[in-house]
Design a protein around this ligand. Structure first.
Ligand code: SIN
Length: 277
């Protein structure tokens, strides 16, 4: 661990800014341990004033695990692991404008995602994050117990519909494959902290396993609203050169679509996680 690296929380619930790390450089073990500890303690971490080539961003991500090659969106040339998160000045929609975690429809959902901002508006286009340990822990013991016995079905089947009005380039093979679908526990245990957290996401969780969508909807609606209560959240204001690294196992995020006429453009990589338990 490095005690010359500052980890400054930005809110009571989650989120910390890290000072004193240049992500473009190979990361020694002490720096890696400090950064990983901060991620586990704060669910999402932020770095400012970074300049990263695609290779450097991927090298940072690979310290944490295997990178996903997405077949949902078209990656940048020569780097199939890097997605362009983009809203052009004339676009109306954006990706991520619903509370969600990345890829919970996969058998091995994302461990984390790392977004490097290259162009952004002077104001607007913030991203919010919500701590899902806090969401779970705020439920009554009886609700916690009931949810602990439930599993849910997650799918990316509505992606085509949600892509309308977005600038994101859909992967050229996206409509050649069936939708992804996976079944996961509604309350998962984080593989590194051992803490329990809520794991349901509006765009992807379609029903409880063994129940119909209609039967599932009322409780899912309650959980979606509960999971994003303001006191579980933090909000990050981007600058060019900012990097956010969120832990998809225990945090949800929400990209705000509150700006227009300005380009917002970043590179995102996604680290493959474990099968949830
Ligand atoms: C996302 O990965 O969901 C988008 C995040 C953002 O654009 O801030």
């Amino acid at each position: 661990m490095r005690n010359d690296i500052a980890v400054n929380p930005i809110a009571g619930a989650c989120g910390a800014e890290i000072d004193g790390v240049d992500l473009s450089q190979p990361m020694d073990d002490g720096t890696f341990q400090t950064v990983e500890r901060a991620l586990l303690d704060h669910q999402v971490i932020f770095f400012r004033n970074q300049t990263l080539t695609p290779e450097q961003q991927k090298a940072f991500g690979r310290r944490f695990g295997e990178l996903r090659v997405s077949d949902q969106y078209q990656p940048i040339d020569g780097h199939p692991e890097i997605l362009e998160i983009v809203k052009e000045p004339d676009a109306t929609g954006i990706v991520g404008n619903l509370w969600h975690c990345d890829e919970s429809f996969m058998e091995r959902p994302a461990l984390g995602s790392i977004l490097y901002m290259i162009e952004c508006p002077d104001y607007g286009g913030d991203t919010m994050f919500a701590n899902q340990y806090a969401a779970y822990e705020a439920l009554s013991p009886s609700m916690q117990e009931m949810l602990s016995s439930l599993r849910a079905v997650y799918s990316d089947g509505t992606l085509g519909q949600r892509n309308k009005g977005r600038s994101m380039k859909v992967h050229r093979d996206a409509d050649k494959r069936p939708s992804y679908e996976a079944v996961h526990p509604v309350v998962r245990t984080h593989p590194q902290t051992g803490r329990k957290c809520l794991f349901v996401h509006r765009p992807y969780t379609i029903r409880f396993d063994g129940m119909t969508e209609a039967e599932s909807a009322p409780l899912l609606e309650y959980l979606y609203a509960h999971a994003s209560r303001p006191e579980f959240t933090c909000r990050f204001r981007w600058d060019v050169g900012s990097v956010a690294f969120w832990d998809n196992r225990c945090a949800q995020h929400y990209a705000l679509n509150d700006y227009t006429g300005v380009r917002r453009y970043g590179h995102r990589i996604t680290i493959v996680g474990d099968v949830p338990h």
